[in-house]
Every structure is written in C-alpha cells, then in structure tokens.
Design a protein around this ligand. Sequence first.
Ligand code: PAF
Length: 284
Amino acid sequence: MWTADNVDDMMGNRRALEGRVAFVPTMGALHAGHVSLMQAAKQLADHVLVSIFVNPTQFGPSEDFTRYPRPIERDLEACRAAGVAGVFNPTVEAMYPADLLPCDVTIPALATILEGAARPGHFAGVCRVVAKLFNIVQPDVACFGQKDYQQCRVIQAMVDDLAFPIRIAELATVRESDGLAMSSRNAYLTAEERRHAVGLYKALSAAKSLVETEGETNPAAVESAMRQVMVSHHVEPAYAVLRHPRTLAELDAINPAVTGGVVALAAGKLGAVRLIDNMVLGRG
Ligand code: PAF
C-alpha cells in the first residue's frame, strides 16, 4: 500500500492505476464503520483509495479541530488490513497552500438547516474539500456512511449539480451492540455518557415504531416522542425531527408512500460531546 502526502504524488499514483477506482474519504480515527466502507468499496471497483485528512475548513472556531484524534499509524494499518491500494494523507499546507484564493462551493438549501444551522460554514467546508478530493483522486465511485445523512444529501446534490462523473454509494450505519452509531467522536464520551448515548438510537427506534407500526401521520407527535426518549436517557436534544428523505424539507404530514420514506434525524449533547444519528423510515 502506498501513501501520498501531496497532491502531485497522489495524482501520479492515481494515473498509474488501471481499472475502476472506489474512494473512501475520511478524517481518520478509523473505526469499524470506516472499515465497512472500505469493504463495500472493494466490491465496487478494482482498487480502493482512502484519504485521511482532518479538514480545517469544516470546523468552526470553537469546535474540536485541534483535538480531533489523529492515530495515523493505527489508521494506516487498518487500511492495509482492509486491502486498500493507496492512502492520500496530505498536510494542511498541501491541500490549502497559503497563497490560494479559496473557492466557495455550497448547497444553500441544505447548508443552513439542522447540522448547518448548528455549525455555520460546515457544509461549505465539506463541499470544498470533497470537490477537491474528487478532482485529485478521480474516482469512479465514492463511498459515504449514511450516519452523516445530511452530508450524504449535500454531496449528492453537489455531484448532481456540478456533474461530477462519480457515483455516490451510501452505506448503512454501523452500530455498536446497543445500537449507538459508530463515530470517531464516541471516543470523547465518559463511561457514563457512553451508557446514556444509546438514547439517540432509542429515540430513532421510537420514531420507527410510531411511523411503521402505529401509522402515526403527525410529524409533531413523533418529534415530541423522540425528544422525550432523548431526555429520559440524559441526552440534551439539539433537534429531533422528521424530514423529506431527499430535500430534508419539513413535512406537513407523514406519508412515506408519497415522499419515498421519511428520515428521522436526531442530534444531542452528552456533556460537551455532540452526537448525531438518523434512521430512514417507511421504505418497507
Ligand atoms: O465524513 C467525513 O469524515 C468528512 O466530512 C469528509 C467527507 C471526509 C470530508 O472531510
């Protein structure tokens, strides 16, 4: 497995590859969810390329950019074990040279709601780095985890509008045995917070049961139930909503047959740690 820490080396290595390339962009601190993306990527192409880059442009000034975990040797070992062909782990200077005039890529309809409202500028940073990575890596297919549901919608919208010749493969969230979605940020939780964190999954499961089993059609009723479950597990709700699965628009009524399912999205805080999760409902 080769590694490249600058754009020229990465592009040179990429050009030498024959056949289809599947790409898994990451910020490192790899866990079983990332490994499952790499395994899925292997089924989709001849070569798997991974990027490991903690992208400063998607972090707000008061967020965890500097303390975000960077276990690079362990991450490279995980890539090697998963059969990855090459890893792009650029420095910040390689991606964003000081004399660059930055480009703005945004999907305004999605960038300022939910995670975008809580993290101004976050999705512009994600779009900019993903567009740049796509141009550098030139993959045929790129794999993203559905855990970051809004990010998936933003990236698909960017690919559709800017006609990137890349298929986006969205892979199911990988969960711990109690249902907690795997996330690099779970490492910040204390033992007690970790126990409570399952409240996000329980809230989404409550929404699933209300929509799919009880046929509830009122979004407000489901949202209120989700918040109650979060609070009962000591998770401070940031939001707990049901939305259109593609546009993330608010719903007047729950009618999965018309909207092609609905998505329940939840974000909550455990101490200083903010976690997100989601579940697509009503798709049979
Ligand atoms: O999901 C992530 O880890 C990041 O947002 C991504 C897509 C690698 C861009 O930095």
